[in-house]
Design a protein around this ligand. Sequence first.
Ligand code: FA5
Length: 332
Amino acid sequence: MIDELRAIEADAVAQIAGTETLEALGELQRDLLGKTSALGGLKKTLGSLEPDARREAGLVMNEVSEALRGAFETKKNELEALERLARAEAERLDLTEVRTSLDGGHLHLVTQTIEELEDVFVGLGFSVAEGPEVEDDWHNFTALNFGQYHPARDMQDTFFVGLGGPKEVVMRTHTSPVQIRVMEGQEPPIYSIMPGRVYRNEATDSTHLAVFHQLECLVIDRGITFAHLAGTIDRFTKAYFGAGWTSRLRPSYFPFTEPSAEFDIQRPDGTWLELGGCGMVHPNVLSNCGIDPEEFSGFAFGFGLDRLAATRHGVSDLRELASTDIRFLEQF
Ligand code: FA5
């Protein structure tokens, strides 16, 4: 039996050494060490030997099993290292390559989304406005009816910039300050959208980023009602996502709108996604911008563009949108 065991060992070691893939190695391991293997067969006959011969054969059998396990382990490490190298080689980017044509890239998913929504709203008669990402307290908070010590200031954790007096300059926490800039700069009627990047000092997870994007919509005219607001939200939801999608409003609070609501959109599978806030522009906000609230009324809404794009394209983690992984970015 001992000769037989040594022969099995020599044959197995040669087979292991000649294996070229991890899959083949797995199969070989089952063939050589499994219950139906030659080694397994000998193990079963061990009991029929005389005690001395059994002890001796048992020792050799353990040695052979150990040797084969070691050989499998070594080969597995070797094949895994080769596979890692091959993968790294396949994914290698030649950063010294000089591109002679411009067909090597495309706009980021969020930029594509902004452009698509601009088309939707321009089609509805809106113009597009922009404002600065570094804002003053007046535009980001005070003109929007956030009282100096109002707890609503804590609703959006703010990054302050070391310019001017304490807490005077901020990275804008939402796109609503652009409403103020638009109202300060032009007489009603106003039909504007304001897309842009915003910043909040918060921990990131699959549904929250510290740097993300919003799109703000502002309408100021004579006779504007809540029905215009609800209708506009539903119109753009269907234009962007398709006819099977609907929206709903839930009562909420924002200092700059009264009444205020949060709006969700319903996916065709029936589940809801919280997308943004909205409401009728607060009379104090109109007055702060020199617009007579007795003559004009209006609505505003603002929503998260990253969540919107992620929902439409099936991206389950918002952090992917900030990744530089070319395999992710190339999909859109
Ligand atoms: C606002 O920012 C208000 N300015 C919206 C508004 C505009 C209300 C006009 C009334 C009138 P809120 O903090 O809820 O509201 O944010 C709006 C949306 O931005 C959220 O519903 C969500 O879609 C998105 N959002 C908020 N925080 C994050 C975050 N950390 N990461 C990604 N998206 C976010």
